[in-house]
Design a protein around this ligand. Structure first.
Ligand code: NAD
Ligand code: MN
Length: 363
């Protein structure tokens, strides 16, 4: 019997609503499984912490996280603090500090959810976007000079290392090889960005030779947005840079019904450090504190966390419970056109888990 040590970092905005909901669901899962145990520690980092301490998280905060098996994260972003401070001070500090270099974002149309794409069938849209999560456009290298002067200059350097590109492409090919269609699309902008993106294409071709079973193609990022809308079934596994995949995955989430549903995993595939699981949405200032946040993105992220923790049975059970709940329109939150609250959706998922337990007990 193993106890999984979970760090809970709700952060800001609706993160403070969906992460407690996630904990409730994990507790319901543990109650349904005699050999599943979680040891939670709550970290109150984020905007409120910043107002007290001038930092989004303590300087030695990563050390506390290193002792955990996984991190469940809400959102970084406060209406009264500039976004680049909240993002760099918390989320990127954790992702980059723990070298969670592979960000994966599965996208499917769950039962009961309607895609805004008119002719899209459920089976047409089943993607995993792999986002490079450690460098590129988000390497943080750059600066400003002549601030406030007519001569003002500002730069953000996109850094791509061979090691960084190679490891994310190898991860993506391996993931593609593990999926039924064994299909990978490598997305770049190697027509306009003629140095680093050309290196991506070259490394992709090199890594591809290690994976003869994977069919792969290349697409420019602008064309990729149109392809996602017009020919969703032509895509399966997708790999792209930090910025490109960030944008593409919000589009993917919207095409699958709502940003409120979409999950993500920030993985350190070698398991040297703990990985972090979070809904892809942000703090949602417009609905925070109202109990309207859709918690499904967090619950699906917990499914990814359970898979990573080596609990495939619990992961499957939770995914099934989520799908039972999304299939019922009276349990849809406002982002899906419904009126259900965060609490109602959470209770319904827990009730499904409890019912599944009774079912197994009788079987
Ligand atoms: P957002 O994801 O917070 O919100 C975009 C829209 O989607 C809003 O209308 C919101 O109400 C809706 N929405 C998002 N999640 C929802 C949910 N679970 N249920 C129902 N509706 C939902 O994006 P934004 O407005 O661009 O950003 C707000 C803040 O969050 C900013 O500070 C930004 O930097 C931060 N942010 C943080 C992360 C992160 O920490 N991972 C990601 C994105 C944005
Ligand atoms: Mn994003």
């Amino acid at each position: 019997m193993k106890t999984h040590r979970i760090a809970l970092v709700p952060g800001d905005g609706i993160g403070k609503e969906v992460i407690p909901a996630g904990r409730t669901v994990l507790e319901a899962l543990a109650a349904a499984h005699p050999d599943l145990h979680f040891d939670f520690e709550l970290f109150d980092w984020g905007g409120d912490y910043y107002r007290r301490h001038g930092l989004m998280m303590p300087a030695d905060g990563l050390d506390a996280l290193r002792k955990k098996d996984a991190i469940l994260f809400g959102s970084a972003g406060d209406p009264d603090i500039p976004d680049h401070i909240t993002l760099w001070g918390l989320r990127l500090k954790i992702c980059q500090g723990l070298d969670q270099y592979a960000n994966i974002r599965p996208t499917r149309i769950l039962p009961g959810i309607e895609s805004p794409l008119r002719h899209c069938r459920t089976e047409d849209l089943d993607w995993v976007i792999v986002r490079e999560n450690s460098e590129g456009e988000y390497s943080g290298v750059g600066g400003r000079a002549h601030q406030g002067q007519p001569l003002e200059v500002a730069t953000d350097l996109s850094l791509m290392t061979r090691a960084g590109v190679e490891r994310i492409l190898r991860f993506a090919f391996r993931l593609a090889a593990s999926r039924p269609r064994k299909l990978l699309t490598v997305i770049t902008k190697s027509n306009a960005q003629r140095h680093a993106m050309v290196m991506w294409d070259e490394i992709a071709a090199q890594v591809a030779s290690e994976f003869p079973a994977v069919t792969w193609d290349k697409e420019l990022v602008d064309a990729a947005t149109a392809r996602m809308v017009n020919r969703p079934a032509s895509l399966d596994t997708i790999v792209a840079t930090n910025l490109h995949a960030d944008i593409l995955s919000d589009l993917a989430a919207a095409l699958a019904g709502s940003l409120g549903i979409a999950p993500t995993a920030n993985l350190n595939p070698e398991r040297v450090t703990p990985s972090m699981f979070e809904p892809i949405h942000g703090s949602a200032f417009d609905i925070m504190g109202k109990g309207l946040a859709n918690p499904i993105g967090t619950f699906w992220s917990i499914v990814l966390m359970l898979e990573h923790l080596g609990e495939p049975h619990a992961a499957q059970q939770l995914m099934h419970a989520i799908e039972q709940v999304t299939a019922n329109p009276s349990l849809h939150t406002r982002d899906l056109g419904g009126t259900a609250t965060t609490a109602a959706v959470t209770e319904a998922v827990c009730a499904q888990l409890a019912a599944a337990k009774r079912h197994t007990a009788h079987a």
